[in-house]
Write a protein that binds this ligand. Structure first.
Ligand SMILES: *Cc1c(COP(=O)(O)O)cnc(C)c1O
Length: 370
């Protein structure tokens, strides 16, 4: 998607600004640390919804694969001049197999019926396709639950299929079940890999140990041998979760490769507690309000339709606190901000993962790469 032609509108804000040098730095620094431990990186690009300039940075950056959950992003990457290899990381829909085989070189898979249909589609297109069988180690999203069932699937692909090739095994943690990626979980995965290798009589190309939440084991040297691949999105693009939620030192990563810039449309001192009978907000919820007396507040021309999660926006100027949002407005407490703010000023926000995903998909947000 990226920059949208605004029909006749000379729209400046809201603006999603991408600092290419910072994103490029984050890719290289992440890949360098993984490579030093014998780990290949799939650069996961789903969060920024196909911004072509960003996609191009991953090409030739040292990433072994470009990965996304949405096949659209591979089309956009091809259009931007990228050549992959592309790795589809949402287990595929039966209905998208023609596009999967056409666009992706690899996919994560967890269902034998889908893998058989992938083989049939490959035969139709005369193309090979590599699969990584997912093992669910407790996070309860995708993956085989029984190790034996995964091994049977692996053997079947290896022996009975002509177009679908077994590239390896993988797992995903910390998404639905919030399960922590630990050396123990990684050893469970390498045990699965070894069992498959024993059955098929060769080494697997890929043993993929997860995403950003597995990266700390690379940094502190506790990643067990045998894991040779990670699929990293958040740490490269946002770099918020590891330092802030997990207390990991990732000072080598920029947290402002992507920022939101939005404009002040009202600035006024008002009560901080709503006046009247409190019922429901614009989204049918009942938020809590704290009475802090009269406070200076700014109304910004950007809203939940653009970023969804107002409390995951991080104002850059000190003394500014997000208060809440409606579909098209963001409200800030600026009482403690020492800047001389005025209507028309543009404020900058660092982003957590959610707002970046929404902002880059919003047709109301201009994208600018510098
Ligand atoms: C999104 C995703 C990733 C990347 O996760 P991050 O936390 O952004 O690094 C990796 N693997 C799968 C299967 C995913 O869906």
């Amino acid at each position: 998607m990226g920059e949208i032609e605004m029909q006749g509108l000379e729209k400046k804000y809201p603006l999603l600004e991408l600092r290419l040098d910072k994103l490029s730095h984050n890719i290289r620094e992440t890949v360098k640390r993984c490579q030093a431990r014998g780990i290949q990186v799939a650069g996961v690009v789903k969060v920024f919804n196909g911004i072509p300039e960003a996609l191009r940075l991953y090409e030739g950056s040292g990433c072994a694969h470009m990965a996304s959950s949405r096949l659209e992003h591979f089309e956009e990457a091809l259009a931007a001049g990228c050549r992959g290899p592309f790795m589809a990381i949402r287990i595929p829909m039966l209905s998208e197999l023609p596009d999967l085989v056409r666009l992706a070189d690899y996919s994560l898979q967890s269902d034998m019926q889908v893998i058989e249909a992938t083989e049939a589609e490959c035969a139709r297109q005369g193309k090979t396709h590599k699969v990584i069988l997912m093992m669910d180690l407790g996070d309860l999203r995708e993956g085989f639950w029984e190790k034996e069932e995964l091994i049977r699937a692996a053997v079947k692909i290896e022996t009975a299929f002509r177009y679908v090739k077994l590239a390896g095994v993988g797992t995903n943690l910390g998404c639905y079940g919030s399960i922590k990626a630990t050396p123990e979980k990684m050893r469970e995965l390498t045990a699965v890999a070894e069992a498959v290798e024993a059955q098929i009589g060769r080494k697997l190309e890929i043993v993929s140990g997860g995403g950003t939440s597995s990266f700390p084991m690379v940094l502190d040297g506790t990643m067990p041998p045998g894991i040779n691949h990670l699929r990293i999105g958040e740490a490269i693009t946002v770099a918020y979760d590891l330092p802030v939620l997990y207390g990991i030192d990732t000072g080598f990563l920029h947290q402002d490769a992507f920022v939101l810039k939005a404009e002040i449309v009202e600035l006024r001192t008002k009560a901080s507690y709503p006046v009247g009978e409190i019922s429901y907000d614009a989204f049918g919820c009942k938020p809590e309000y704290t009475d802090r007396g009269f406070r200076r507040r700014a109304v910004m021309a950007v809203g939940k339709v653009d970023f969804a999660l107002w409390d995951h926006l991080l104002p850059v100027l000190p003394g500014i606190t997000p208060l809440g949002a409606s579909s098209d407005h963001l409200l800030l407490d600026v009482e403690d901000c020492r800047e001389d703010l005025k209507v028309g000023d543009v404020l900058e926000f660092r982003l957590r993962y959610g707002p970046l995903a929404y902002l880059s998909a919003s047709r109301y947000v201009r994208v600018s790469c510098i």
